[in-house]
Design a protein around this ligand. Structure first.
Ligand code: GDP
Ligand code: IMO
Ligand code: MG
Length: 444
């Protein structure tokens, strides 16, 4: 009998290390900044879920780049960038992002590979998302209006058009006609809004498809080859654990699995391929859109966090809701992601506050609870139970060693470690790529 090695299935002496970076709050934890930083040590960066609802901000020597679909490794010339099968793809946004980067001299073509299995976001998905949101009234989710939910619904309903359909004109036309008929029926007769011209949709897909076809690849095979050849891989999560469609504050969530387990399904590698999960967590909490947020602040401290933290959505520009650090929700997220180590971001935003609060439990209808409610409808009734810690008045901006931090800042980080039960391996002390403390590097 042939052994695996004889069949050429095992060629490398040592596989590379694979790290998953995920947000463990409600998104916008600073994932993009950290992914960009860590890609110094990787061969390929992979997006595995979500779509252009994400907005990941990179600041390098004062120059700002906001990425929505392209992985945050694109600014490092030697890194391959992959959009995995778990991502829903809006072709006009993708091409616009590529053009914008290339006009700045960033080489994208030749470095970006897109899974042929990615479902496409169609103009009708965007119209459906918006029509539902405006019909939702007080119950609206506050989506980004990017068509994410309807596109994932079609994936589950086996109705999606995929990148691979762009290669077969007859199949493309047939599947688009079927999807458009259904979408337009719902738009016209349920939502009472104008339908989308199916002919124009097909023409756009054919035109943009020609540009995208050369980027299509068997990305799972590519990643497997890279890994076996010894390359390190980084998996870049979008959104955050509390927005996960299964584990988040349903129905106020996004429509994909944002937790680390989906890095396997959304890229095509098996779960045994992963070595480390980095949970990105802001030193306080923010949320964009509707849904429960027990530690939300409406006072001067809330305004301090919003102003100093410049808390406006990178995708929609909406003001982010701000509040104290919620250790109860974060502990849950550590569980769902199997977090190995934490990266605490935006510590500098807390500079100058007299005292800081960490939510360590909730009061729910007179009872004290120390975990998020299983019945999500109870979440909105949770009141935070706080522990108070002293603040610091020195600036932490740009500090790169633990020793240089004010004692109370170290104490705050130690308390986060204690309540979450995982080590703080990295700390971000400013928006720039260079402003970090690395205690233990995820690729070491
Ligand atoms: P992502 O979606 O998780 O990638 O996060 P966003 O980019 O949407 O939001 C994070 C924001 O905080 C961006 O504007 C970053 O430039 C900024 N940022 C990231 N880390 C830090 C930090 O440590 N300190 C400060 N002051 N800003 C940071
Ligand atoms: P990044 O990757 C913060 C939120 C929306 C809304 C909910 C559903 O930058 O962290 P959707 O358009 O996905 O159907 O909206 O999810 N949301 C995000 N919030 N950061 C994001 O991405 C988000 N992507 C979606 O505001 O509440
Ligand atoms: Mg963001």
């Amino acid at each position: 009998m042939l052994r695996a090695a004889d069949q050429g299935l095992m060629t490398a002496s040592r596989a590379g290390r694979s790290v998953i970076v995920v947000g463990i709050q409600w998104g916008d934890e600073g994932k993009g900044k950290i992914v960009d930083l860590l890609t110094e040590r990787v061969g390929a960066v992979v997006r595995f879920q979500g779509g252009h609802n994400a907005g990941h901000t990179l600041i390098i020597g004062g120059e700002k780049t906001v990425l929505h679909l392209i992985p945050s490794g694109i600014l490092r010339p030697d890194v391959a960038c992959v959009i995995g099968n778990g991502v829903v793809l809006h072709l006009p946004s993708l091409l616009q992002e590529i053009d914008r980067l290339e006009s700045r001299g960033v080489q994208v073509t030749g470095r970006l590979r897109i899974s042929a299995a990615c479902p496409l976001i169609l103009p009708t998905h965007i119209e459906l998302d918006r029509a539902r949101e405006s019909a939702g009234g007080a119950r609206a989710i506050g989506t980004t209006g990017r068509g994410i939910g309807p596109a994932y619904e079609d994936k589950a309903a086996r109705r999606s058009l995929r990148i691979s359909d762009l290669f077969d004109p007859a199949r493309l036309a047939e599947r688009l006609a079927a999807a458009a008929a259904l979408h337009n029926f719902v738009l016209e007769h349920y939502h009472k809004v104008a339908p989308v011209d199916a002919g124009a949709m097909l023409e756009e897909l054919q035109r943009l498809g020609e540009r995208v076809k050369p980027l299509a690849a068997d990305t799972a095979l590519f990643l497997d080859e890279q890994r076996r050849a010894g390359a390190n891989l980084l998996f870049e999560g979008a959104q955050g654990a509390m927005l996960d469609v299964d584990h988040g504050t349903y129905p106020y969530v996004t429509s994909s699995n944002t937790t680390a387990g989906f890095a396997a399904t959304g890229s095509g590698l098996g779960i045994g391929a992963f070595d480390y999960v980095l949970g990105i967590v802001k030193a306080y909490s923010t949320r964009v859109g509707a849904g429960p947020f027990p530690t939300e602040l409406f006072d001067d401290t809330g305004r301090h966090l919003a102003e100093v933290g410049v808390e406006f959505g990178s995708t929609t520009g909406r003001p982010r809701r701000c509040g104290w650090f919620d250790a109860v929700a974060a502990r849950r997220a550590v569980l769902h992601n199997g977090v190995t180590g934490l990266c605490v971001t935006k510590l500098d935003v807390l500079d100058g506050l007299d005292s800081l609060k960490i939510c360590v439990g909730y009061r729910l209808r007179g009872q004290l609870v120390d975990s998020t409610p299983v019945f999500v409808d109870q979440y909105a009734d949770c009141e935070p139970v706080y522990e108070e810690l002293p603040g610091w008045h020195a600036s932490t901006v740009g500090i790169t060693t633990l020793e240089a931090l004010p004692a109370n800042a170290r104490r705050y980080l130690e308390r986060i470690e204690e309540v979450l039960g995982v080590p703080v391996d990295m700390i971000s002390t400013g928006a720039d790529r260079a402003q970090n403390i690395i205690v233990r590097h995820p690729f070491d």
